[in-house]
Design a protein around this ligand. Structure first.
Ligand SMILES: Cc1cc2nc3c(=O)[nH]c(=O)nc-3n(C[C@H](O)[C@H](O)[C@H](O)COP(=O)(O)OP(=O)(O)OC[C@H]3O[C@@H](n4cnc5c(N)ncnc54)[C@H](O)[C@@H]3O)c2cc1C
Length: 213
């Protein structure tokens, strides 16, 4: 279903905007005919986006799936998005980049407003100070980015989109075993359930690397 919809959105932005008006959940009902198929798609959606199908922008779901090749790749462990973890946690990426940037990184600097005019862009902080430049790249998650004050105001379609990209509310838990005992029974450790507390358990190998310094 997603492959078809992604190829349709490639036809142009008009279709993409129209399809986004339909709720993601409505697409599940329209395109998946069996209750089991719908239930499985919802479990996959929570596993990938950490959000319910009814909470997601369809356009965002399609963009995200396409960016990660396809849904199959996003949920797969073997050669998929669930295969690798970063030793020391993904915070290591930000910490190492910050170390390279040195004093240019300003911590505890809350942004309130972003203004743009013919001379460039200004970012106004909560303490009243401002940083200016020719461009600004906003890396906040969309919902938080939507809370900033923009001058001039962002287009209404952007405002609508950031209201439909909620952060998820799942809890992830890791269990470490001495050995993958389930393989002796011919099981790969993957499961999906539409009920209970553990909806999509999967397995990854134990870390073999060392944290980068
Ligand atoms: C439930 C859940 C589970 C996830 N599981 C995984 C996973 O298993 N693997 C994986 O790779 N990814 C996972 N993700 C995604 C991953 O957590 C996010 O993609 C990642 O944290 C995003 O990083 P970020 O820097 O964009 O945003 P964040 O980590 O949210 O950082 C945003 C920062 O901006 C700060 N901020 C907010 N407002 C302002 C402001 N006005 N001015 C200045 N600073 C501000 C916040 O304090 C925060 O420090 C998960 C996400 C969720 C919600």
């Amino acid at each position: 279903m997603c492959d078809t919809l992604v190829s349709l959105t490639d036809d142009g932005p008009l279709f993409a905007k129209n399809s986004d008006r339909d709720a993601n959940e409505a697409q599940v009902h329209r395109n998946l005919r069996t209750p089991t198929g719908r239930a499985y798609f919802r479990v996959v959606c929570v596993a990938v986006f950490a959000a319910e199908t009814s909470d997601l922008s369809l356009l965002h779901a399609l963009f995200y799936s396409h960016s990660g090749t396809d849904l199959e790749t996003l949920i797969s462990t073997d050669r998929g998005a669930q295969q690798d973890r970063i030793v020391g946690g993904s915070i290591r990426i930000a910490e190492n980049m910050a170390a390279d940037l040195g004093d240019r990184v300003r911590l505890s600097a809350v942004v309130n407003r972003i203004g743009q005019d013919d001379t460039g862009v200004s970012v106004v902080l909560r303490d009243g100070s401002a940083v200016t430049g020719s461009h600004v790249i906003v890396t906040l998650p969309p919902t938080l980015a939507g809370r900033l004050d923009y001058e001039p105001a962002l287009p209404s379609w952007r405002d609508q989109l950031t209201q439909r990209l909620p952060a998820g509310s799942v809890i992830k838990a890791y269990a470490a075993y001495d050995e993958p005992f389930w393989r002796a029974d011919g099981l790969n450790g993957q499961a999906a359930s539409d009920r209970g507390r553990s909806r999509s358990p999967s397995t990854t190998p134990r870390p073999a690397g060392r944290p980068a310094s």
